[in-house]
Design a protein around this ligand. Structure first.
Ligand SMILES: Nc1ncnc2c1ncn2[C@@H]1O[C@H](COP(=O)(O)OP(=O)(O)OP(=O)(O)O)[C@@H](O)[C@H]1O
Ligand SMILES: [Mg+2]
Length: 182
């Protein structure tokens, strides 16, 4: 598929080397998230992503969940991204943000992952508030993929290999910039 900003990459490696993408509509953000989901969930993308993002480290098998830390201001497109991602992972029901329930849980059937979690930490002030929520166990299980909004609120408990994506508003109403942190 054509990517929103640059030439379509042939591998995930290119995807991360490019480091940032611009989208011009929520539809495009969803499409991009869906592309990424396919790369990660259905192939050995997990290993390739880890290898690309942390080239100086040896490629390794995951010891914890695949975590996408989605950071950015209100309305910058984090939930929109999650909707595209989970739709591509085969979730058919309506995907809404877990602002009040904190964690939503989806069963997915992909090569590498069995469950997807959508976490919204907007209401969390400190990681401590999460004691008893089960989040730590969720983050520790390599069969999970976890998408987190407002991840900086719980940065302390996030594994080092979490993939951080920063969402920013562009210069026009429907533009957004998605930047991978390396
Ligand atoms: N290029 C774009 N990508 C994503 N969303 C866009 C884009 N252009 C416009 N939008 C709109 O911006 C809004 C993004 O809302 P969304 O709920 O995804 O933000 P959020 O980052 O999750 O915010 P919050 O921090 O409140 O949870 C939606 O109304 C969406 O339609
Ligand atoms: Mg949101």
């Amino acid at each position: 598929m054509a990517l929103p900003y640059r030439e379509a990459p042939s591998t995930t490696q290119y995807l991360l080397i490019y480091m940032f993408y611009k989208t011009t509509s929520s539809k495009q953000t969803k499409k991009f998230a869906g592309f990424l989901a396919k790369e990660i969930l259905d192939s050995d993308g997990r290993v390739r992503i880890a290898g690309a993002a942390w080239r100086r480290r040896a490629i390794r098998m995951p010891k914890n969940a695949l975590i996408l830390a989605l950071s950015g201001n209100l309305g910058s497109g984090k939930t929109t991204f999650v909707q595209g991602f989970l739709r591509a992972a085969g979730i058919r029901k309506k995907i809404t943000s877990p602002t009040f329930v904190l964690i939503k849980n989806y069963k997915i059937q992909t090569e590498n992952y069995k469950r997807a979690y959508h976490v919204d930490c907007y209401r969390i002030k400190k990681s401590k508030e999460l004691l008893g929520s089960g989040l730590k166990e969720i983050l520790n299980n390599p069969e999970n993929t976890v998408l987190i909004e407002w991840p900086e609120r719980i940065k302390k408990i996030l594994p080092k290999d979490s993939i951080w994506i920063k969402f920013k508003h562009g210069e026009k109403e429907n533009k957004r910039i998605l930047k991978f942190k390396q």
